[in-house]
Write a protein that binds this ligand. Structure first.
Ligand SMILES: [Fe+2]
Length: 429
C-alpha cells in the first residue's frame, strides 16, 4: 500500500470560504465509524428515471504521477473510469457533468475525456456536460460546444445565443443546463455573447429571456424542470462580487426558477457537498469527484418526486472487474481513509505550532477532526451533533484552531449540519 498522502484535499480552499454548511463524529473510547466501503453499502435501486450528477472531475492526462503526494488527483483518469462504471452499475440512464470537466481549457485534455464519454454512451449512458471556470481559454466557447456536440450541444431542444446554456428534453423532463462559470473574456466568441470586461459568471438579459420562454413552454406542456450550472446560485458568496463565486444576475435567475415552480437546481464549483434552500428552491451542490470521498449525486425522478442520494464511487469494484494491478486502486477505500487521517493529523500538528497542546490532547484533537470530516462526508453529521460536542478532542481542537479558519469552519459545520446531506426527497411537480 502506498503511503498516506500529504496534501490538502481539493475541497479545502472552498471549505475555507464557506459560511453555511454542515458536518460531524464519535467518542474517544468509541472511534468514529469508518465510512463503509462503497461495495459494502447497500444502495437503493432506481425509482423512476435515475440521473447521476458528477462535478469538478478535473480530468487531466498530464497529471498522473503516482509517486507524487497529491492524493486522489493523480488517479483522476482511473476515477473517471470508475465513476462511469459506477453510474452504469447503479442503473443511471443520464449523467450530468456540472463543469470543471478538465483541469484546463487545453484541447488534448478535453479530447481524451470526450473519448471516454463516447465509450460510455456506446454502452447506453447519455451524458450532458456543462463548462466550468477551468474548461475554457485557450479553448473558445464555439470550440467547446463543437467538442461536446454529442454531449448536449448538438442534442439540445434549444440553445442560448448569448452563452453556452442549452436545454434538453428527455424522458418527459426539461433540463436547463446553464452556463454559469467565470471562464474569462478571451474564451467568449459566440456571435450573440456580450463583450465583457471581467471574468465573473453572468446571466445576460437575453439568457434570462431565453430561459423564461423555455420555462413557459414547460408550464404549458406540464413538463417538470431541473436546472443545473457550475457556479452556485443560493450561497451568499455567489452574491458577493469579486469572490470567484459571484454570478451576476444569479438572484434573478433563481427568482425565475421559483416563479415557474422549479424545485431543484444543481451545481458544483465549491468542491463540497451541500444543500441550500431558499423560498421553495433547493440547490444541491455536488463535491469534487477527485477528492475524498470520490462522491457524486444520484437523482431518482418520478413525475411527482425527486429523491436525492449521495453516492461514493466504488473504485475497488471497478479495479477488480477491470483487472487493475495498482494496490492503491484495489484497496482504495482504506487508502482514502489513511489519507484523510494523515491530513487531519498534519493540520492539527501545524496549528499547534502557534497554539500548543499536550501530546494526548493533540491525539484527541486529531481524532475529533477526523470524526467530523467522516461524519460530514457520510451525511451523518446532523445526527451526531451532540455526540461530537461531547468528545474529548472537541475543546483541544478548538483551542488549537484559535485564529485559524479551521476553527470557525468546523464549528459552523457542526452547528449548521443539515440532515439532508444524507439524502432527501422533494416534490418535483
Ligand atoms: Fe469551478
Amino acid at each position: 500500500m502506498k503511503n498516506a498522502k500529504k496534501y490538502a484535499p481539493l475541497w479545502m480552499p472552498a471549505a475555507a470560504l464557506l459560511c453555511v454548511l454542515a458536518l460531524f463524529l464519535a467518542s474517544p473510547e468509541t472511534p468514529a465509524p469508518a465510512l463503509e466501503s462503497a461495495a459494502a453499502t447497500p444502495f437503493p435501486t432506481p425509482r423512476g428515471l435515475r440521473v447521476a450528477v458528477a462535478s469538478d472531475t478535473h480530468f487531466d492526462p498530464d497529471h498522473t504521477d503516482k509517486q507524487s503526494d497529491l492524493g486522489e488527483a493523480v488517479y483522476n483518469m482511473e476515477i473517471a473510469d470508475a465513476m462511469l462504471h459506477d453510474v452504469k452499475a447503479q442503473g443511471a440512464k443520464l449523467l450530468l457533468l456540472t463543469g470543471d470537466l478538465c483541469n484546463s481549457g487545453k484541447r488534448p485534455k478535453h479530447e481524451a475525456l470526450v473519448e471516454k464519454l463516447r465509450a460510455a454512451e456506446a454502452e447506453g449512458l447519455t451524458v450532458y456536460v456543462l463548462p466550468g471556470n477551468h474548461d475554457l481559454a485557450p479553448l473558445k466557447q464555439s470550440e467547446f460546444a463543437a467538442l461536446y456536440a454529442d454531449f448536449g450541444f448538438a442534442e439540445a431542444y434549444s440553445r442560448d445565443s448569448a452563452s453556452l446554456s442549452y436545454c434538453v428534453l428527455r424522458d418527459d423532463v426539461m433540463l436547463l443546463m446553464m452556463d454559469t462559470a467565470g471562464y474569462g473574456v478571451s474564451a467568449i466568441d459566440l456571435p450573440g455573447a456580450p463583450k465583457r470586461a471581467d471574468s465573473n459568471a453572468f446571466f445576460t438579459e437575453e439568457t434570462l429571456h431565453w430561459a423564461e420562454e423555455l420555462l413557459q413552454t414547460a408550464r404549458e406542456k406540464d413538463i417538470p424542470v431541473l436546472a443545473a450550472g457550475h457556479y452556485n446560485l443560493l450561497p451568499e458568496i455567489s452574491r458577493t462580487e469579486n469572490t470567484g463565486y459571484y454570478v451576476e444576475n444569479g438572484v434573478r435567475f433563481a427568482s425565475l426558477l421559483r416563479e415557474y415552480g422549479v424545485k431543484l437546481t444543481l451545481s458544483g464549483h465549491m468542491h463540497l457537498r451541500a444543500v441550500y434552500e431558499e423560498d421553495g428552491l433547493t440547490e444541491q451542490l455536488t463535491e469534487c469527484l477527485i477528492a475524498y470521498p470520490t462522491g457524486y449525486t444520484v437523482l431518482d425522478l418520478t413525475p411527482e418526486t425527486i429523491r436525492v442520494l449521495p453516492r461514493r464511487v466504488d473504485v475497488e469494484r471497478w479495479a477488480a472487474e477491470t483487472g487493475q494491478t495498482d494496490p492503491v486502486l484495489r484497496g482504495f477505500d482504506e487508502w482514502q481513509e489513511q489519507g484523510l487521517e494523515a491530513y487531519c493529523r498534519e493540520t492539527v500538528e501545524a496549528m499547534t505550532k502557534k497554539n500548543p497542546l499536550k501530546e494526548g490532547e493533540k491525539e484527541s484533537a486529531t481524532r475529533f477532526f477526523n470524526a467530523v470530516m467522516r461524519a460530514y462526508w457520510d451525511g451523518s453529521l446532523a445526527e451526531r451533533r451532540e455526540t461530537l460536542r461531547q468528545l474529548e478532542g472537541y475543546d483541544s481542537f478548538f483551542r488549537a484552531a484559535e485564529g485559524y479558519s479551521y476553527g470557525w469552519w468546523l464549528r459552523d459545520l457542526i452547528e449548521t449540519a443539515s440532515p439532508k446531506l444524507a439524502g432527501f426527497e422533494i416534490d418535483f411537480h
